[in-house]
Ligand binder design. Structure first.
Ligand code: PDD
Length: 286
C-alpha cells in the first residue's frame, strides 16, 4: 500500500508528492527537520520536537508555515491515514522554491516555505540492536559550527555511517579538539563508576529531545549525571556507553574503535534507562 504523505497543505499518495527542482532544500540544504517517534499509534515528545523546530527556524530567519496546533494535527492525521502503530514521522521545512538559483535568501512574501511530512514504519521498542548493543568508531567532526540547529545538511553524518560500516561497526562518534561531540545522528554518553557523563550543551551538538528526557529520568532515579566533555580515551576506559535519539531511544554501545567496554555486552545503566524511557514515554505519549 502506498503511503500518504503531507506536502504543503495536502495529503497525497507518495508517488504523487512533488517539490520543485528549485527548492532551496534541494539546492542549498536550506532547511530544517525533526523526527518524532510513534509508539502504540501515539506521538512521543511532540512538544519538545515542535519547540526545537521553532528554534531551528528562527535561528535561520525562517517563518513556520504552520502553528504548533496545526503541526500536531498533521502528525496525528498522518498516523491515522497510514495506520502507523510504531515508527517515526519525518518533517522537513525548507526556505521554499525561489524563481532561480540564487545564494541570497528569497523574499519570504514571494517564496513560501516548503513543508513535507511522511511516516516510516519501524520496530523501535523491541529493536534487536538494543539487545546486543552497538559498536562505534571515532571519526573527526568536520561539520559546520551550528550543530544546535537541526538542518538537513546530513552529508557528513551519512559519510560517517558509511565509514563505520566499512570498519565493521554500526555508527561513528565524532571528535573535535580531542573530545567527543556526539554520534552521527544521536547524543553520546559514557558511564564510569555509576556516573553518567555526556557532553554539555552548546553549538557543538544538537540539543537532543531524548537527551533532555533521559537525563531527567536518570536524576529522578537518583543516578549521578555530569554534563561535560570527555575524550575518546576516557570513553574507551568507561564501564559502559550508550547513545540516545528519537529513533533509538537509549541504545547500548559495547565497543569503541574495537575496544570492548566492560564485559562487551549492554551495560546495566543503559538497559535500565532504556526500560525507564520506554515505560515513561509510553505513558506520556499523546
Ligand atoms: N537524529 N545529534 C544528532 C546529530 C542528531 O541527528 C540527533 C537526532 C540527535 C538526537 O536528537 P533527538 O533525541 O532529539 O532525536 C543528536 C535524528 C533521529 C535523525 O537524524 O534521524
Amino acid at each position: 500500500m502506498s503511503r500518504t504523505v503531507y506536502v504543503n497543505g495536502e495529503y497525497v499518495p507518495e508517488d504523487g508528492a512533488k517539490v520543485s527542482v528549485f527548492d532551496r532544500g534541494f539546492l542549498f540544504a536550506d532547511g530544517v527537520y525533526e523526527v518524532t517517534s510513534v509508539l502504540d499509534g501515539k506521538l512521543l515528545e511532540f512538544e519538545g520536537h515542535a519547540t526545537r523546530l521553532e528554534r531551528s527556524l528562527s535561528e535561520l530567519d525562517m517563518a513556520s508555515p504552520v502553528t504548533k496546533d496545526e503541526l500536531l494535527e498533521i502528525h496525528r492525521e498522518l498516523v491515522r491515514r497510514n495506520d502507523l502503530t510504531e515508527g517515526m514521522i519525518y518533517l522537513q521545512i525548507t526556505r521554499g522554491a525561489a524563481a532561480d538559483r540564487d545564494f541570497a535568501f528569497p523574499d519570504p512574501e514571494e517564496t513560501p516555505p516548503t513543508i513535507v511530512l511522511f511516516t516510516q514504519s519501524k520496530n523501535l521498542a523491541d529493536s534487536p540492536a538494543a539487545k546486543v548493543g552497538m559498536k562505534v568508531i571515532s571519526i573527526d567532526d568536520i561539520r559546520w559550527g551550528r550543530r544546535d540547529i537541526k538542518t538537513v545538511q546530513l552529508l557528513y553524518p551519512s559519510m560517517g555511517k558509511m565509514m563505520a560500516k566499512a570498519a565493521g561497526a554500526d555508527d561513528a562518534w565524532m571528535i573535535e579538539d580531542g573530545h567527543v561531540t556526539e554520534g552521527t545522528s544521536n547524543n553520546a554518553y559514557i558511564v564510569k563508576g555509576g556516573k553518567i557523563i555526556t557532553r554539555h550543551l552548546g553549538s557543538e551538538i544538537l540539543h537532543g529531545i531524548t537527551r533532555a528526557t533521559v537525563l531527567r529520568f536518570a536524576r529522578e532515579a537518583q543516578m549521578e549525571v555530569e554534563e561535560r566533555h570527555f575524550t575518546i580515551e576516557e570513553a574507551k576506559e568507561a564501564d559502559e556507553a550508550f547513545i540516545t535519539s528519537a529513533s533509538t531511544f537509549v541504545m547500548p554501545v559495547i565497543a569503541i574503535d574495537g575496544v570492548s567496554l566492560g564485559d562487551g555486552t549492554p551495560g546495566p545503566v543503559a538497559q535500565r534507562l532504556r526500560e525507564i524511557y520506554l515505560e515513561e514515554s509510553r505513558k506520556a505519549a499523546i
